[in-house]
Each structure stands twice: as C-alpha cells, then as structure tokens.
Design a protein around this ligand. Structure first.
Ligand code: GLN
Length: 484
C-alpha cells in the first residue's frame, strides 16, 4: 500500500479496497516503526489522524468524497495547526500550540485529507541540511549519515521513505527543490503569490512560498489543486484563477523549447551530477523538445543578493519572538531588557542568530542603501535576466543542486559552502518564478534532481513537462532499500 501514489490510493479508496482508517493506520504504523531511524517527524498526531480518517470514510459513504478524501499527508511544522504544536523547528516555539489553522491546513482539511503529523525542518526554515532544527538532524533515507537537504528535510525524507504518500514544504531559496533532489522525490515551488502564506510562519516574506512534495508530478498537481488560490487574508496572494493542474499533464513535448543556462553547467557543478542532467535533457530531445543554450548572466549575484534580502526580512519577522507574546520565555527576568535578551538568546539557535545579526546590520541606518537597496536592485536585474530568457524558451532546465546529499556535519562549520548548495534554486525565488525538482537519476546510489523553471503562473506547464518525463523514465518510482 505504501508504494502507491496519491492518485492510486485515491482510486483504491474509491473502489473500496481499503478504508481511510485502514490506510491511515498503516502509515501511522510505518512512522511508529521506522521514523526512529530518520527523525522526520517532530509531532505525530495519531488520534487526530484517525478521527479525520473516520470522518473521511463517513463523507465517502455519504457520496461526497473529493480526490484527496481520506489521503494521509504530512505537514511541514511551519504551518500553524490549531491545537497542535507548531514549532518551526525551534526551541523558541516548542511550547507554542497554535490557536488557528494556516489557510493551507484549512484547505487540506476541507479536501477531506488526513494529517499524520508535523515534519522536521531547519529552524525557522533557515538551512539546507535540516541540521539547524532544535529537534535534531534528519537522516536521508537513501544513506545513513547523509543529510536529507533542507529546510523541508523532514517532509522530503518522510515521502522518500514512504512514511507519508505526500507532504507540504516551503521554499524561500530552495527548501522544496533541494531536499526533493537529495531524497529523490518530486517537489514544486509555485509562483510567488500562488499559495496563501497566511499562518505559514514567515521567514522572508517576499520569497516564502509553500508547495507540494510528492513522488510524482501527477500527485503534485492534485496537491496544488487544493493549495493554490487567492486568500483575502494574505495581501500578497494573487487573484488569478486556479486551473485544474491535472488537465494538461499529457500534452506533447514536441516542439517544447528548453533553455539550458550555460552558467548552471559551469564550475561548481559535480561532473557526475552534470552527466545525469545531460542525459535527462536527452530524454526530452527524444520526445521532440528543442534544446537551446541560454545565458543568465546575473546567476552569480543570486546567492549574495539573497543573503542580504532573506536575513533582512527575517530580522524583522522574527522580532515578534520576544518572550512576551508567545513562545519561549526565560526564567525570572530582572527587567524587560533582560526578558528580551535571555528569551531570544535561549530560544534561537546559532544559524537563526547569525541571520538576525546580518539582517539587522543590512537594514541599519548608514548601511541600508549600501546593502538592502543594492540587493533590491540586483534582484531586479536577476528577474530581468529570466524575463529575457523566457522570450525565447518555454522552460529552463538544469540541476537542482550542485551535488548529491552531503554528510551530516560535513558543512556545518562552512556556512558559505552550505549556502552555495542553493546556487541554482535561489534566483528562482528572487524572481518569484515557479520551479520544480524531479528525480532524474543517481550518482553512487544517491538521487539527483532535475530542475525545471517556468514563467510566472506556468505551473501547469511545469507539471506537464515533469509528468512526461515520468511517463518515459522510472527514476521517480525507486525507493530507498531500507524503506521499500
Ligand atoms: N537554504 C536557504 C536558506 O537557508 C533556503 C531556505 C529555504 O528555502 N527556506 O536560507
């Protein structure tokens, strides 16, 4: 059962082969017996899950079951969930029980799906390896002691290990696509504004976007059908109609124009990863796509630009974590300053503190123009590069990450190399574009993700392009040996 996709499980539920209660119980059993090895969940919610599953079965019996009815899902612990701990991977929010649901959670509840629990993540989504979580590192199901990627590392590991058929993730600079690549699953970061950010704990508000982490593009389409849409509670969500994302999955690749940015295939990219990506692109050629070399000349500015903008926004967003309103509060504060200083000092981890310091500096008087304003200008140049490229091509392709998963501890003392693991994903967030990572092969038994980048609101096209690859190849069906 656990090797089935959402689409297959949904068909099984419809045909009465199993109930949602049975399905949910079987995933809870797997989590119970296997997650000890991975640490992919921060919180498992068995009672809630079985209650939701029972309701889903009743809804089905009453004849009103949608496609996600009764499907168990894992939610990244960045989404506020009413009555359930919402930690964001931080000691700061370890005591936080949210009084309300994120819009995404409400939408999944309305779809009749079931929440298995909340997945592990880098603290406040800051990281590329899931090692900054206060709840400890997550193991990559493909190789013990390798990272699953981050920040949505728990979601990626859980889906790859078949502890959930699918999960949610969020992506500020690569946090859906990079872990999807490291764990051999399908991850989609939608266009900025496509999915509501309401109740999704903010890291960098102008970049954050939630999306599905699944095994197939078809499942990602089914998830996005639920997640996408305007939300009056999020002023940055866009009033753009939501198509049926499954409608175009079978469109032909003949004549599709694919751009390969020469900057994505240069120094810094592991040779063996490059080979995997090149052979994936050949698959598309076989399907009739036309390949074109393009240039994104500002590619090298993406990481430095991001590491001004994201910390600036995070320093402002995280100021609400002050020990007064919610979250961790220090013992016996002397006065108000002591309360702030010790609550924040004790509640936040090293990486979060580093970002707050960098961001506060970049936004301070005297440095604002030199750093923040400059970064906003380079952000515009990066966006212009993409717009220009998309005048000639339909989709841009390249690696999702420069290497396969590295080992736990390997880069913790080297933040710059860690930051560079998002070198191919970050520009996509700065430009607000949709991007995907899909399984494209292996290097030494570790998965490699092919990145697809589309025009604004071209999620249907990306899903179509991804689905066609998954019709022609079977990389996305491979399971890690220990979790088959
Ligand atoms: N790894 C990047 C960072 O640490 C991106 C994280 C993310 O997308 N949430 O900021």
């Amino acid at each position: 059962m656990h090797n089935k996709t959402i689409a297959e499980l949904s068909a099984g539920l419809k045909a009465g082969e199993f109930s949602s209660v049975e399905l949910t119980q079987s995933y809870l059993d797997r989590i119970n017996s296997l997650d000890e090895q991975l640490n992919s969940f921060i919180t498992v919610t068995p009672e809630l899950a079985l209650e939701q599953a029972k309701q889903a079965d009743e809804q089905r019996a009453a004849g009103n079951a949608g496609i996600l009815n009764g499907i168990p899902l894992a939610q990244k612990d960045i989404f506020c969930t009413k009555g359930v701990k919402t930690s964001c991977g931080s000691k700061m929010l370890d005591p936080f029980i949210s009084p309300y649901n994120a819009t995404t959670i409400n939408k999944f509840n309305d779809s009749g799906s079931v929440m298995l629990g909340k997945t592990n993540m880098d603290e406040f989504a800051m990281g590329s390896s899931n090692e900054t979580s206060w709840y400890g590192a997550v193991q990559n199901p493909w190789r013990k002691n390798a990272v699953p990627g981050g920040s949505s590392g728990g979601s990626a590991a859980a889906v790859a290990a078949r502890l959930a058929p699918a999960a949610t993730g969020t992506d500020t600079g690569g946090s859906i696509r990079q872990p999807a690549s490291f764990c051999g699953i399908t991850g989609l970061k939608p266009t900025y504004g496509r999915v509501s950010r309401y109740g999704m704990i903010a890291f960098a508000s102008s970049l954050d976007q939630a999306g599905p982490m699944t095994r197939t593009a078809e499942d990602a389409a089914l998830m996005l059908n639920v997640m996408a849409g305007f939300d009056p509670r999020d002023s940055t969500s866009v009033e753009e109609t939501v198509p049926d994302y499954t409608a175009n999955l079978n469109d032909s690749m003949a004549g599709l124009k694919i751009g390969l940015p020469k900057e994505y295939f240069s120094e810094g990219l592991d040779d063996a990863v490059a080979k995997v990506i090149e052979s994936a692109v050949k698959e598309y050629e076989k399907m009739g796509a036309v390949i074109k070399e393009i240039s994104l000349p500002t590619s090298n500015l993406a990481v430095p630009t991001y590491y001004i903008i994201a910390p600036s926004e995070c320093s402002s967003n995280l100021s609400r974590m002050d020990g007064v309103r919610f979250g961790h509060r220090c013992e016996d504060p002397k006065d108000l300053n002591d309360l702030y200083i010790r609550s924040r000092g004790e509640g936040f981890g090293t990486e979060v503190k580093r970002r707050i310091l960098v961001g506060t500096y970049a936004l301070s008087e005297g440095f604002y123009d030199a750093y923040y304003v400059k970064a906003q200008k380079t952000r515009r140049l990066i966006t212009n590069d993409f717009n220009q490229a998309f005048a000639d091509v339909d989709v841009i392709m390249g690696p999702a990450a420069p290497s396969t998963a590295f080992n736990i501890g390997e880069l913790t003392d080297d933040p710059i190399t860690m930051y560079l693991s998002d070198i191919y994903t970050i520009a996509v967030n700065l430009a607000g574009l949709p991007g995907m990572s899909i399984p494209a092969g292996f290097v030494n038994d570790m998965p490699v993700g092919l990145q697809l980048i589309g025009k604004h609101f071209a999620e249907s096209k990306l899903l179509n392009v991804a689905h066609q690859f998954q019709q022609a190849t079977d990389w996305h069906t491979k399971a890690p040996a220990a979790f088959k």
